[in-house]
Design a protein around this ligand. Sequence first.
Ligand code: NAD
Length: 455
Amino acid sequence: MKSYCISIVGTGYVGLCTAVAFATKGYQAITSTHDKQKSASINKGIPPFYELNLQETLQKVVRDGHLECTLKRQEAILNTDITFIAVATPSKPDGSIDLQHIENAAKEVGQALNKKDTYHLVVVKSTVVPGTTENVVKPILEKYSCAHCGVDFGLCMNPEFLREGSALHDALNPDRIIIGEHDQKSGDGLEVFYRDFYAEKMPPLIRTNLPTAELIKYASNAFLATKISFINTVANICEKIPGADVTMVAKGIGLDKRIGPLFLNAGLGYGGSCFPKDVKALIAHSKTLGYAPDLLEAVENVNETQLYKAVQLCRNLLIDLKGKNIAILGLAFKPNIDDIREARSILIINQLLKEGANIIAYDPVAILKAKSIFKNKIKYASSSIECLKGADCCILVTEWEEFKKLKPEDFTKNMRQTILIDGRRVYNPEEFSKKLKFAAIGLGPGNLKSTANKP
Ligand SMILES: NC(=O)c1ccc[n+]([C@@H]2O[C@H](COP(=O)([O-])OP(=O)(O)OC[C@H]3O[C@@H](n4cnc5c(N)ncnc54)[C@H](O)[C@@H]3O)[C@@H](O)[C@H]2O)c1
């Protein structure tokens, strides 16, 4: 076993979780950032975001001397064999991706390589549109290093598929490794590295060229987003059909091996730091190539309107939202994380505020981040029960485990009016509709037989 020294530019979900994963193997991982406070915090074993098992593992690898976060970014590159670039690639207003962080990172790596006289492998892990590694990253690296790609240094594009909420687990147990290679030596170098890292747990590996690897990442996320918008479309059809229930439809179609059961949960649509921006970027990029991807535009449109179903159901049951107390359960874009980027909760709350409602919200870990957006425009509860107290209506927005454990009595005992909107289909409609006014995504008329639901 070779003991690799790896540098990682970017200390976000991908950069830090990847670095921690490498360090658990005993490799030397050096992450770099411009942010003094973040660096100090990582070196104390405190991650800048919440992620399952990350803090304990980070503390261990820092204590064992296998991971450090440095502000000396050039040194990090000079003292390592491989550099992974994992900086953010946010959306521009027109949906295309903003490459400024990638360009800056490539410049820094190039400047460091200028001072290095041994071969170094550069790996782009950030999600970038096809052509970026070849046409943007490579020329910057060559310009600032005054060296030749494929000769003096290697270059690969290695898309990342980890999921927030299980990022560390996914980094250690990926479904597949995709290596887009500039040249054979670069690809060989990265393959040897991953074979050493994963050893007997080595997942299926695909080696291909740079643009194909870049597109595999976008196509994966676009496909998953399509599955979500598809089942939400079916949910909307169910709502017009007496007795229909989207959860059973999803179960029924998911048993078909060609379809599969995952990503068929009807709800308020997808959010987060990846799906919205990646679908937008793929649409924008396709258009620059002269092709309008109608299917992806439809996926996005369905997603944009789906979240307002929660507000519509609220209006149907409360008639006028003005002055009504609405309890929001869940702010993070999905459970087990504190990330609220593009979270559905933000748009739902903004719409409810616009219509004059009073909002109280609870999330097990995302309150701090939500406070930076809503400040004192809404109230924050410290538990789900506190959130429900005195509410006229509750909307379940994020399907945290602790919300799934709530019983009908938790709502009836604490709310002023017992109206529950299940935006993620976590509650049993039969059980809940017996005791409270209940509405849920993808439930056709006639599913709720109780008197509580009669107007
Ligand atoms: N979050 C995910 O679940 C996920 C999954 C797969 C792929 N990706 C992709 O990976 C990339 C990174 O995503 P993320 O979620 O980790 O982003 P993030 O916003 O959490 O973190 C990006 C980090 O890069 C830092 N950074 C920017 N420029 C830098 C520079 N020149 N030097 C050092 N640090 C710099 C930022 O300060 C930030 O800490 C994106 O392209 C994203 O699309 C993300």
